[in-house]
Design a binder for this molecule. Structure first.
Ligand SMILES: [Zn+2]
Length: 331
């Protein structure tokens, strides 16, 4: 007898949900913990999966034929009302989804205090059942936190600030797993980059539920990006020589300038690799104008790396991902 069997009590009987039980509802959705009595017409407006299911003969009508449910959906009746069993979905998660559909103030796509479990439930279930408006809102919301352009990425809050009721740092892996399951490619570069900013040991421990291929892409992309960032940093002394006597003040800044303690800058991750950081901490013996010039040069390299970012993680380029996001917004 294994531990699970020993701990298993009598089978739990799902009970009607406190709010999501409309007496005049005409379909019951059953999960492991809750029953929801709602209206077929409203579900059908929001979800193509339910719309298609209710259009099938014998489905969602009185006296349904057993064994004719759609994928993952078993059909019975509950007190004379057709009942759809949502196989594999947690009651709490379905409650989040239905509340987002039935209560206009339950979820706002601008509210970064929305709990992480609500965000994840909405993303996964809106995808599974094609609740298009919910899915669109949640993807737009997440795309602000995991943006596609460098300016927005650079303006993000620090990883130790709060997001979705947790520290930002504690959201990345959960959201990456959800985005992979929901196949939302537009979020993946930002999420994979955010998840790259951890030790290999931590990454392995946080990705146990992910496929080996997803882990390979994350580690591989992280390593390649780190190599490119750090090779560029190592090449900075050589680059200085190329500028010769370019000082706008007529001084010999670049012939006397030097980068100090570059070994202290390596290994550097993409997030920390900015012109301002490199020049402020490591460049000596140049005037203010030459400093600004070097900041621009280094930030130019940062931008070039960003332009290629999706390819590090085996994803299509930004233009395709931007078009995919536009298609989601316009769907
Ligand atoms: Zn100068």
């Amino acid at each position: 007898m294994d531990v699970d069997t020993q701990l298993e009590g009598p089978p739990r009987v799902p009970k009607p949900h406190d709010f999501l039980w409309f007496p005049d509802g005409n379909v019951v959705l059953a999960t492991d913990t809750y029953l929801f009595k709602v209206h077929k017409s409203l579900l059908a407006v929001h979800s193509s999966v339910f719309r298609d299911m209710f259009e099938l003969p014998n489905v969602g009508h009185a006296d349904p034929m057993p064994g004719q449910g759609g994928a993952g959906l078993a059909l019975e009746t509950y007190e004379g009302v057709p009942m759809v069993t949502m196989v594999g979905d947690k009651g709490e998660d379905v409650a989040h989804l239905l509340r987002a559909v039935f209560e206009p103030n339950y979820y706002h796509r601008d509210d970064d205090n929305t709990p992480l479990e609500v965000i994840v439930a909405l993303l996964l279930l809106s995808t599974k059942y094609d609740f298009n408006a919910v899915r669109k809102n949640i993807i737009l919301h997440l795309s602000r936190q995991y943006p596609m352009n460098l300016e927005e990425y650079s303006a993000l809050d620090s990883d130790t600030t709060s997001m979705f009721g947790k520290l930002r740092n504690d959201c990345h892996f959960t959201l990456l797993a959800a985005a992979l399951t929901a196949d939302v490619d537009v979020l993946l570069p930002g999420l994979l980059l955010a998840c790259s900013d951890f030790s290999t040991d931590y990454i392995f421990r946080q990705t146990e539920s992910m496929t080996r291929d997803a882990l390979r892409i994350l580690i591989g992309g992280r390593d390649s990006l780190d190599v490119d960032v750090n090779q560029y940093i190592a090449s900075l002394p050589q680059k200085l020589q190329q500028f010769g006597s370019a000082c706008p003040n007529g001084r010999s800044c670049f012939s006397t300038a030097y980068f100090n303690d570059l070994q202290g800058a390596i290994p550097m991750q993409f997030k920390a690799f900015t012109g301002a950081e490199m020049v402020e901490k490591h460049l000596s013996s140049v005037c203010e104008e030459c400093c600004s010039y070097m900041v621009k040069v280094i930030d130019g390299e940062r931008k070039e790396l960003w332009e290629e970012l999706p390819s590090y993680f085996e994803l299509p380029g930004w233009a395709i991902l931007q078009a995919n996001l536009k298609a989601i917004i316009e769907s």
